[in-house]
Design a binder for this molecule. Structure first.
Ligand code: SF4
Ligand code: SF4
Length: 373
């Protein structure tokens, strides 16, 4: 069966424009009632990665969250909004700060909608997901359109990692640090959570070393919506200029028959897809796709080539967020600056994702330099 994805152009985060555009995206698919039962309880999950204001372009913009809330209100849903931000270890109390600075709390207060924290969990095999998944009838996923240092794309599937409760995210990074393995976990989470509807905030997107302060903002002016996260990620990968099968989560999801990555099986509604393609995105420094190397060769050289984080001391504010984020506890603060024990580093780049000051950069191993990666 074909998957439908709507794409709507939206030039700014002006409140009425965003609401109209999100509504057009959902209506192109047949309307909200196709996905959500009127009067049901709905968990809305934006991407609230870190405590940064909307202009940083890291978190889902609050006006996109508002638009989804308003559409749900029209069919009298009981709405909860929440995410498991990139706060680590003992910093769980910082969730309030993430909700406040991202603008999500203000929007929810104005719309009289409750924001919840993912502190109660239910185990699903090897990981615990927020118990709100079980307490709600539907999940709506609102990712931010970004590149990602580890998974290449922060799209519809990757955004669901935030459903994992608190410190277990760190455990999963530690135990499944190899990209194929980690992508399998992400697809497991997709299989368990299966959002009824996904709306992607790609009005201001991020390219380069995303998904946080080291990425570069890019005005993409697009919203995408649909129920097949594989099809949505496929269109997102085409937009950034990458073959969908180079995104391991897409490849894994297709192998499990969880969605369509074949363009002939994806019906694009709204804009003409060709009109949404601009110059390719800057890809993360760690990305093999950047060099257009075929996947079988990537799988061979991946074992030889290493990337490591290092601190650009001029930007570092000694906040220690990287230390709290590191699943292997290999970062320490020394009088001369931050120190990494590279023998134990698993190159997961959680430290870069957690750094609020764009201080963590990527360095290459000698082999990577020698073969020009
Ligand atoms: S130092 Fe950074 S990249 Fe290395 S294991 Fe720790 S968080 Fe991951
Ligand atoms: S590198 Fe970033 S996260 Fe680590 S201490 Fe410096 S500013 Fe904080």
């Amino acid at each position: 069966m074909k998957s439908s994805v709507s794409i709507i152009k939206c030039a700014s985060y002006e409140q009425r424009l965003v609401e109209t555009s999100v509504r057009r995206a959902v209506d192109s698919l047949g309307g909200i009632a196709v996905f959500i039962r009127p009067g049901s309880r709905v968990l809305v999950k934006p991407n609230l990665l870190m405590a940064k204001e909307p202009e940083f372009g890291i978190d889902t913009h609050p006006e996109v969250i508002r638009a989804v809330i308003r559409i749900l209100k029209e069919i009298k849903c009981n709405i909860l909004v929440g995410d498991g931000p990139s706060v680590w270890g003992k910093q769980i109390e910082n969730v309030d700060e993430v909700y406040r600075r991202s603008g999500a709390k203000r929007i929810c207060d104005e719309e009289n909608v409750e924001m919840v924290k993912f502190d109660k969990r239910k185990w699903h095999g090897q990981f615990p997901l927020t118990s709100y998944l079980n307490e709600c009838d539907h999940l709506i996923n609102i990712p931010k359109f970004k590149t990602h240092e580890l998974t290449l794309l922060t799209g519809a599937i990757k955004n669901l990692f935030g459903l994992v409760c608190g410190t277990y995210k760190t455990e999963l990074h530690k135990n499944h640090f190899e990209i194929n393995d980690f992508s399998r976990v992400l697809v497991d989470i997709y299989e368990k959570s299966k959002p009824a509807l996904t709306v992607v905030d790609g009005i201001v997107a991020m390219e380069g070393d995303g998904p946080a302060t080291s990425g570069k903002l890019r005005n993409l002016n697009l919203l995408l919506a649909g129920s097949d996260c594989v099809a949505i990620d496929t269109l997102m990968s085409k937009i950034i200029g990458v073959e969908p099968m180079d995104v391991i989560t897409i490849k894994e999801a297709v192998s499990r028959k969880l969605g369509n990555a074949n363009m002939e099986e994806i019906e694009v509604l709204g804009e003409r897809f060709e009109d949404c393609l601009g110059r390719p995105f800057l890809l993360p420094s760690t990305s093999f796709a950047r060099k257009k190397i075929p996947l079988p060769i990537v799988n061979i050289i991946r074992r030889l080539v290493k990337y490591y984080p290092f601190v650009y001391e001029k930007n570092c504010i000694r906040c220690q967020a990287c230390m709290d984020a590191c699943p292997k506890n290999v970062i320490s603060m020394r009088p001369y600056g931050m120190h990494f024990d590279y023998k134990k580093c698993i190159a997961c780049f959680c430290c870069q994702e957690a750094c609020p000051a764009s201080a963590i950069k990527v360095k290459k191993s000698l082999v990577a330099k020698l073969i020009g990666l």
